[in-house]
Design a protein around this ligand. Structure first.
Ligand SMILES: *Cc1c(COP(=O)(O)O)cnc(C)c1O
Length: 400
């Protein structure tokens, strides 16, 4: 068997260097714990950027995967398959929308939302094709396609990938007035994360999403909420917009919809918006394939448990309260909702070093923007496990 060191050398030699991972190799995983080839155990406090909400290898989801693999795996959308419809019905019931369009990755869901909004802009709102504008926020993260990085404000994500896709206006996040001021007769949509995950779990003011909803309604502009990271109970509600009782026109979904097993994404919206898609106008070979549909159903079933929701809320409160008690003068802020949390350190602080120390102590987390560490364990974590993890975090933080 290869050692961690040998495996990392393979990655570095043969893999493009488009990531800078922590120097740890994961070979096995179950629930909230992962194990390296040497048998060292770690708490997973990243959850693959919230794609592991249901825990690693959740038995219900793994069983659904295996069972479906024994029947039929791939059909393409040239034919119907006998699982997709059940999956989409369940997803519509879970989210409260009339229709869903299945894709694979989060970026594809966002691309689908953009296409929906642009078509709607022309065919319903009456904007001239080619003139449609979509308003987005600074510090956004919506994925990695050429169009999506065209409206990123992160130089790492964007540099030298031009020519960039036009049709996007970037305004300040957490500022409803800036959004409203940017609207023109050609605006077809506002695309936002309800909490900015990659920006460092940036939580907007209470009422921001309501304000966005009102502005969109007033100006006949679609509100697209990108819930790829914040959705599926991560923040203690099914979706982050639920905290403000807001219903966007379109939600883009991904990550945990695939139950930590395979990529499954979707866009949900009511029929009056979804109808802009006609045969041949959009699609994906794998979108809605039987394996994805079966895994998607099981992933949603796990998240329907009312006790899980309650637990995420309670443990989130507890976790933040305990983090705030830690005696470390480099910490500026502890913030988050549910089990999507972050610790912000002073400017220019190298959180990477803390992540290495956390790893050595048995907990995996990753810094974002240099001085912020996100803590987002699988939602199935227990109080006992959180307490153990907090012990590790406390011990490490107090050394800095
Ligand atoms: C991760 C993420 C995406 C992109 O998802 P991929 O599956 O990596 O393409 C889009 N939007 C948000 C908010 C995300 O966090």
């Amino acid at each position: 068997m290869l050692s961690s060191k040998e495996i990392m050398e393979l990655d570095n030699k043969y893999g493009a260097h488009n990531y800078h991972p922590l120097p740890v190799v994961i070979a096995e995983a179950e629930g909230v714990m992962v194990k390296d080839p040497e048998g060292r155990e770690y708490f997973d406090f990243l959850s693959a950027y919230s794609a592991v909400n249901q825990g690693h290898r959740n038995p219900k989801i793994i069983n659904a995967l295996i069972e479906q693999a024994g029947k039929c795996t791939l059909t393409s959308r040239a034919f119907h398959n006998d699982v997709m419809g059940k999956f989409l019905k369940k997803l519509c019931e879970f989210t409260g929308y009339e229709m869903a369009l299945p894709m694979n990755t989060g970026a594809e869901a966002v691309e689908t939302g953009i296409k929906l909004a642009r078509r709607w802009g022309v065919e319903v709102k009456g904007i001239e094709n080619g003139k449609q504008e979509i308003i987005v926020a600074e510090e956004n993260f919506h994925g990695r396609t050429t169009t999506i990085i065209s409206f990123s404000t992160d130089p790492d994500a964007r540099t030298n990938y031009g020519p960039y896709t036009p049709g996007f206006k970037i305004v300040k996040y957490n500022d409803a007035k800036a959004l409203e001021d940017a609207i023109t007769p050609n605006t077809c949509a506002i695309l936002l994360e309800p909490i900015q995950g990659e920006a460092g779990v940036y939580v907007p003011y209470d009422g921001y999403l309501k304000d966005v909803r009102e502005i969109c309604t007033k100006h006949n502009v679609l509100f697209i909420a990108d819930e790829v990271q914040t959705g599926f109970l991560r923040t203690g509600e099914r979706f982050a917009v639920n905290h403000e009782n807001v219903r966007p026109d379109v939600m883009t979904l991904g990550k945990a919809l695939g139950g930590a097993v395979i990529p499954v994404s979707a866009v949900v919206a009511d029929k009056k918006f979804m109808k802009v898609f006609t045969p041949g106008s959009h699609g994906s070979t794998f979108g809605g394939y039987p394996i994805a549909a079966a895994v998607g159903i099981a992933s949603l079933e796990v998240l329907e448990d009312p006790e899980l929701k309650k637990s995420v809320q309670d443990l989130g409160e507890f976790f933040r309260a305990e983090l705030k008690k830690i005696n470390c003068d480099k910490i500026v802020e502890v913030r988050g909702k549910g089990l999507l949390n972050a610790v912000v350190f002073v400017d220019n602080f190298e959180a990477w070093d803390v992540c290495i120390a956390l790893k050595d102590a048995g907990l995996l987390a990753k810094q974002t923007h240099g001085n912020i560490i996100r803590f987002a364990p699988p939602l199935v974590i227990t109080k006992g496990e959180i307490v153990k993890a907090l012990d590790i975090i406390k011990t490490v933080f107090e050394k800095f």
